[in-house]
Design a protein around this ligand. Structure first.
Ligand SMILES: Cc1cc2nc3c(=O)[nH]c(=O)nc-3n(C[C@H](O)[C@H](O)[C@H](O)COP(=O)(O)O)c2cc1C
Length: 196
């Protein structure tokens, strides 16, 4: 019998993936197709999720559907100039993944835990895209709460659009953007004395 530890990646691989992931803003085609997207979502759905409620769904938007969604969002813009720019934002990547939060009424699992689980899934999905060589970035909009956008996407009354993961192939030639290690010393406190 194979021990679980034999089938797991060495810790360094995962850590390198996490430390080197960057959001990619300049994206071109291709993007993952339906089968790969399902596979990626199944993997991302392993993120911590109290009760495995999976309180989310994903709307994949590609091709001309981006244009139509852009037109719906543009209707919410206060000026014609902004409307044009809002519409154009929907064409920045070949694939948009609308991330829809679906909070459930649950006796012991509060809404905030469900939102945290949804965020964990999305973050895991971004990491998986990155390690497979796809580019992706999470943007909160445009206009996730606009009635025109909600109607166009068919959102239910209790559903909330948490923006989009914009996905595609990184535009070649972008300089590597390795990040400096964050100074998180002020973010950590101990009660009871630090362990060795
Ligand atoms: C929920 C969420 C919404 C975001 N919305 C925006 C946004 O609307 N505009 C923006 O410039 N960055 C936004 N960001 C930040 C980018 O996704 C990204 O993290 C940032 O550009 C830093 O890049 P990095 O992931 O390589 O560190 C958002 C991040 C999250 C988690």
């Amino acid at each position: 019998m194979t021990a679980a530890s034999d089938t797991r990646p060495v810790a360094g691989d995962a850590e390198t993936a996490i430390r080197t992931r960057r959001s990619t803003i300049r994206l071109t085609g291709p993007a993952p197709g339906p089968d790969e997207l399902l596979d990626l979502l199944a993997a991302a759905a392993t993120a911590p999720d109290h009760g495995q409620l999976r309180p989310w769904r994903v709307i994949a938007i590609c091709g001309d559907a981006r244009v139509r969604l852009g037109e719906a969002a543009a209707e919410a813009a206060p000026t014609a100039d902004l409307a044009e720019r809002i519409a154009a934002k929907h064409l920045r990547a070949p694939l948009m993944l609308g991330l829809v939060f679906q909070p459930r009424d649950h006796p012991t699992i509060p809404r905030w835990e469900q939102l945290a689980a949804t965020s964990a899934m999305a973050t895991t999905l971004l990491l998986l895209l990155d390690v497979r060589g796809w580019g992706g970035v999470w943007f909160g909009g445009p206009y996730p709460d606009a009635p025109q956008v909600r109607k166009h996407l068919g959102l239910g009354g209790d559903e909330q659009l948490l923006g989009y993961l914009y996905v595609g192939t990184p535009v070649p030639g972008e300089a590597s953007r390795l990040r400096a290690t964050a100074d998180v010393r002020a973010k950590l406190s101990w009660l009871g004395g630090a362990t060795a």
